[in-house]
Design a binder for this molecule. Sequence first.
Ligand SMILES: Cc1cc2nc3c(=O)[nH]c(=O)nc-3n(C[C@H](O)[C@H](O)[C@H](O)COP(=O)(O)OP(=O)(O)OC[C@H]3O[C@@H](n4cnc5c(N)ncnc54)[C@H](O)[C@@H]3O)c2cc1C
Length: 363
Amino acid sequence: MDVRADYPLDNLNTLRLPARAQWYAEPASTEALVALLREPRWRGVPRTVLGGGSNLVLAGDISGLVIRPMMRGLRELPGGLLEVQAGEEWDSVVARSIEAGWQGLENLSLIPGSAGAAPVQNIGAYGVELCHHLAGLEAVSLQNGQIHHFTAEQCDFGYRESRFKSAEPGQWLITRLQLRLNRAPVLQLGYADLSERFAALPESGRNAAGLRQVICQLRREKLPDPAALPNAGSFFKNPVVEAAHWAALRERFPAIVGYPQADGRVKLAAGWLIEQAGWKGRRHGPLGMHERQALVLVNHGGASGATVLAFAEAVRESVQTMFQVQLEQEPVTLGSPGQALQARRSSPAGPPGAPGGDIITNA
Ligand SMILES: Cc1cc2nc3c(=O)[nH]c(=O)nc-3n(C[C@H](O)[C@H](O)[C@H](O)COP(=O)(O)OP(=O)(O)OC[C@H]3O[C@@H](n4cnc5c(N)ncnc54)[C@H](O)[C@@H]3O)c2cc1C
């Protein structure tokens, strides 16, 4: 398979941050992936997975082998399961599943990125999370190329969390998902703006396809399109605080937004906290928090990974000072600042050096 050297990643991340991969490959099948991982020449070389780049801060160049899975296909399995290959675009999976008469994914419409990355942070929107519909998945060990099946329980899903993001980051490449969907409608309308718009649809349109349309409309109104204004969606998770902390905050800030959790704690709206701390629409050089959605960090052009991280730290500090709440970054940071690829023209493990973007192996 083709492996390219010194490959530019600038157009492969939605924040449009400049970075390069030391080596870069796009396996189009699990067999090709396993063969690549087991090639002696890549022994000991670090491996990093890249999807659609929509949940990333590229802090600098990535040394080692960057692998972007490109396996494609959707197929129905017995027992109401839909199998989806990792390289499929997530939103196209949602659209095609609805067209094929399946229900359940409509609330996850228009989330950018690949299907393979969807379990990594257990994507969620409008009251639905991927884990509500994931029966299991197949992943390949990046260390030894062994194929492993995980049940949904084994994925340790939580709010924007899974074993692939927290406990074992960078250890697995997810190759395919098995989704459990419904044939009968079970529409999730638990958000005011959603239910109002849905109710306004003609009766014949009040189905999964209609709900998808409403969600796409709402998201287009609320979120900046990364193609027009580079961003990585919500930059911070909604923090969860203890009940006593919540009570104290409510006393000081009566308008604070919070959602009680089953364990007695309260989830706060990070966007509200950031807005109150004065960051909504504020800009420093090329970076800012979006004027309509304070939770979205945007790159107006020319930012680097290091400046994104410094800017985010300033936002985090002011929220901490004002509310004593620690914000946690949602996108994954990859690459290292200042880590110019020393091996741009040479290799630690055998592949011959080559000028930027050239194919260096064609096994
Ligand atoms: C405008 C916008 C709106 C968004 N809205 C939402 C939203 O509503 N809800 C939500 O949850 N997220 C949202 N996101 C975040 C993002 O779309 C999701 O996290 C998405 O799943 C990331 O997919 P990706 O393919 O782009 O992954 P990448 O950004 O390429 O990678 C993210 C992480 O997953 C790893 N990874 C990628 N592919 C694989 C794989 N096949 N196997 C193992 N690891 C892998 C990477 O190594 C990295 O650690 C939004 C982003 C944007 C830009």
